[in-house]
Each structure stands twice: as C-alpha cells, then as structure tokens.
Design a protein around this ligand. Structure first.
Ligand code: NDP
Ligand code: GDR
Length: 368
C-alpha cells in the first residue's frame, strides 16, 4: 500500500486530494496546524478514529515553519509521495504579511525537500510542489505555457517562485522525483470565503436570502482562467505517476472576468444586475437590482459596491493558461466548466444561507 503525506490537508485542495488518494487505496497522512479552535471542517467527513487499527487517514500536528517537526513526521511516515499544498495562499494577505508568507511558502518547500534528502529518501519519495499561475504575474505572452517567462507581482508569488526553482534544483542536483504543477485558479464549494469566487457566491446568496445588504469588491475587471479543484487534484496525482518528473501547466484554456462571474452567480439566483458606469470607479455603485425574486430587495437597490481596500498594491490583471502539454503527455482534460462550477458553488452557499435564515428565525422566536 502506498503512503502519501499532504501538507495543507485542511485546505481546499488538501481535502479533495485526501479523498482522492483514499479512494485509490493509499494510506494518507496529513499535516494540520495547531489552532485554538477546530480547523478540520473540510476533512471531518473522512476523519478516522486514530484508536482503531489500520486507520488509513492519519493527521499529524505540524507547521511548514518548523523543520524539526517536518523531519520527524517524514522519518516516521517514510512516504512514497509528498504533496506540498500548505501555504499562506492569499495574494492580498501576502502584502500584509510578506515575511511570514516567504517563510511558509518559500522556505517551507526547501525544508521538506531537505528533510527528504537528509533522511536518505531522495530515491524513494516523490515530491509535488503546488506552484501557481501567479508566477506569470505581469504576463509576457498569452496564453501562458511551461516556457513563458515569470514576472511575479506579490510577496506570495515571489515566495512561490523560490519554491518552484528549489524543486527544479533538487531534481537536477540530487536526481529527486520532484515536480511543479503550475496551477491556474481553481475553486469549489470548499474554496476559502475570502477568495473572489467564493466571496461572490456566498455574498450574493446571503443577499438573496436577506442576510446581507451589499457586497464590497475590488478589481472586478481582472481576468482569470478558473477550473474546478476536483479536476486539478486528479492531475496532481497523475504528475507523480510518470516515468520521469516534469513540470506542467494545469488550466482550462478559457478566461472570464470577475464581473462575468458576478453575473453568472446573480443569474443563478434570479437576480438581474445592472452595472453602472464602465470600468472601475472607486466611489460609484457598480451594480443594482433591476428585477428580482429575493425577499427584502427592491428594484434599484444597490447590492454591489467597489471598495478600494480590495485593490492590491500590484495587480495581476490577466491570466490564461495553455494546458496542451498536460493533455498531450498525461491525457488530462478538465471535466467541469467555470459556469457549472459557479452554479454548484451558488447552490451550496444558498443552502448555507437558508440554514442561517432558519436559525435566525428560531432564535428570534425564542427571544419573543
Ligand atoms: P488553502 O488556503 O485552502 O489551504 C492552504 C493550506 O495550507 C491549509 O490547510 C492551511 O492550514 C495550510 N497552511 C497555511 N499555513 C501553514 C503553515 N505555516 N504550515 C502548515 N500548513 C499551513 O489553499 P488551496 O487548497 O486553495 O491551495 C493549495 C495550494 O495550492 C497552496 O499552496 C496554494 O498556494 C496553491 N495554489 C492554489 C491555487 C488555487 O487556485 N486554489 C492555484 C495555484 C496554486 P489552515 O487550514 O490551518 O489554514
Ligand atoms: P488570486 O485569487 O489572487 O488570483 O489567487 P483571488 O480569488 O483572491 O483574486 C482573483 C482576482 O479577483 C480580484 N478581486 C478580488 N479578490 C478578492 N480576493 N477579493 C475581492 O473582493 C476582489 N475583488 C476583485 C483580485 O484582485 C484578483 O485579480 C488565487 C490563490 O488561490 C492563490 O493561492 C493561487 O496561487 C492563485 O489563485 C492562482
């Protein structure tokens, strides 16, 4: 039975990858951070009691900033595959906490690679690094491929650039099976609430249920190539099953604006939005309801405003990936379109909002 170790197992991708590998018959080990409250919501449904014999899903406390911890876990587990998905993964937050982001996202990858080498596992343990389309930043060519030059635009992207190259370096220097998946944005109902897609689907679902009045957004004209996380974790595993290690772009090859994603979400909820003014106007209201079936909303109500606090000191305006190499060499194609994914996310957030409405009504009843 193969053993895998996943850093970032409590995150969006980590949870889907753990499910995927368990279905493939792996023994899956995950590293979770110590927190003052539970942080395992995304993997609770696959949790196994560690007291039972032959548990196949095992969580270890750890942190990418702690090399002795990582070395101990790798030495105990002796994994066949390590998936380094752990990261301070929010681009805007990386401007607020640049040093921490570098420690986790850049040095974290080095600590893992060095632990594998130090323990003499460099010929046994395959390594996957969660690289990113943010490396392209200020894009030099469109669409972006494995050979497009990098120009990172945030402390997050600069840290990830170090992780990219140290992965290549350990492959070249020590013959390690180490790969970079250069993944473009991928989303799901498990996406963190502060990333743009989830912020939109959750915010508009809450507005449609009368729980919130207005959604505050940044640059809604940014263009992204959005896929579904489920499709992308399959590819992470496929990359480690080849004869030779290599780096791959994972993308859909289709691009949409944040504005378009807002429109899809609104349409799915039966809200019609009217955008007022072209481009970005930092003070004007951007969207208003024209006709709707949402409780508490009047025609003309402003439901979306632009708030400068969500603009970044340096923005990545446009990303579009070319997944031809992944298709050609690994036979991978994404199965879920951005619009289908948006509908799934809205549906899940609507269920959540309806639950919140029921709880609110119940609490109000108790008080009365
Ligand atoms: P998430 O933000 O959902 O998950 C990040 C995970 O990393 C969480 O489990 C988090 O733990 C963990 N983590 C954060 N800091 C540390 C630390 N110091 N030590 C150990 N673990 C830590 O990210 P995604 O699942 O969306 O992304 C997975 C990886 O892929 C990340 O590296 C991201 O940068 C990269 N990536 C993501 C893309 C995307 O569109 N989703 C695209 C390209 C790359 P906790 O739950 O406790 O916060
Ligand atoms: P990104 O994702 O920065 O591409 O990084 P995010 O969803 O945060 O932003 C996408 C685009 O939307 C614009 N935007 C907003 N973004 C957020 N978060 N909140 C807003 O209110 C808002 N308004 C507009 C952003 O400016 C940006 O242009 C994600 C992360 O998962 C990274 O870890 C990963 O490496 C890359 O995708 C690929």
């Amino acid at each position: 039975m193969k053993k895998a170790l996943i850093t970032g197992v409590t995150g969006q991708d980590g949870s889907y990858l753990a499910e995927f590998l368990l279905e493939k018959g792996y023994e899956v080990h995950g590293i979770k951070r110590r927190a003052s409250s539970f942080n395992t919501q995304r993997v609770d449904h696959i949790y196994q009691d560690p007291h039972i014999d032959n548990a196949k899903f095992i969580l270890h406390y750890g942190d990418l900033t702690d090399s002795s911890n990582l070395t101990r876990i790798i030495s105990e587990v002796r994994p066949d595959e390590v998936y380094n998905l752990g990261a301070q993964s929010h681009v805007a937050v990386s401007f607020e906490a640049p040093e921490y982001t570098a420690d986790v996202d850049a040095m974290g990858a080095l600590r893992l690679l060095e632990a594998i080498r130090f323990l003499g596992l460099e010929k046994k343990t395959k390594f996957y690094q969660a690289s990113t389309s943010e490396l392209y930043g200020l894009v030099q060519e469109t669409p972006q491929t494995e050979t497009t030059p990098f120009h990172p635009r945030s402390p997050y992207a600069v840290a990830k650039m170090y992780a990219y190259w140290i992965t290549v370096n350990y492959r070249e220097a020590y013959g390690m099976y180490a790969c970079n998946g250069i993944l473009f944005n991928h989303e799901s109902p498990r996406r963190g609430e502060t990333f743009v897609t989830r912020k939109i689907t959750r915010g508009l679902a809450n507005i449609a249920q009368g729980l919130e009045d207005c959604l505050y957004m940044g640059n809604i004209d940014a263009l992204r190539d959005w896929g579904h996380a489920k499709d992308y974790v399959r590819m992470q595993w496929m990359m480690l099953q080849q004869d030779k290690p290599d780096d791959f772009v994972i993308a859909t090859g289709k691009q949409y604006s944040v504005r378009q994603f807002i429109v899809w979400s609104a349409e799915h909820l039966g809200l019609t939005l009217r955008f007022e003014g072209e481009g970005i106007d930092e003070t004007a209201s951007i969207a208003a309801i024209q006709g709707n079936n949402a409780p508490g909303l009047e025609v003309g109500d402003v439901v979306l405003r632009i708030d400068p606090r969500y603009f970044r000191p340096a923005e990545v305006e446009t990303l579009l990936g070319d997944p031809a190499k992944a298709k050609r060499e690994l036979g991978w194609t994404p199965e879920i379109s951005a619009q289908e994914m948006c509908a799934e996310m809205v549906e899940e957030d609507l269920k959540e909002a309806r639950r919140a409405v029921v709880i609110k009504a119940h609490e109000a009843g108790q008080k009365a």
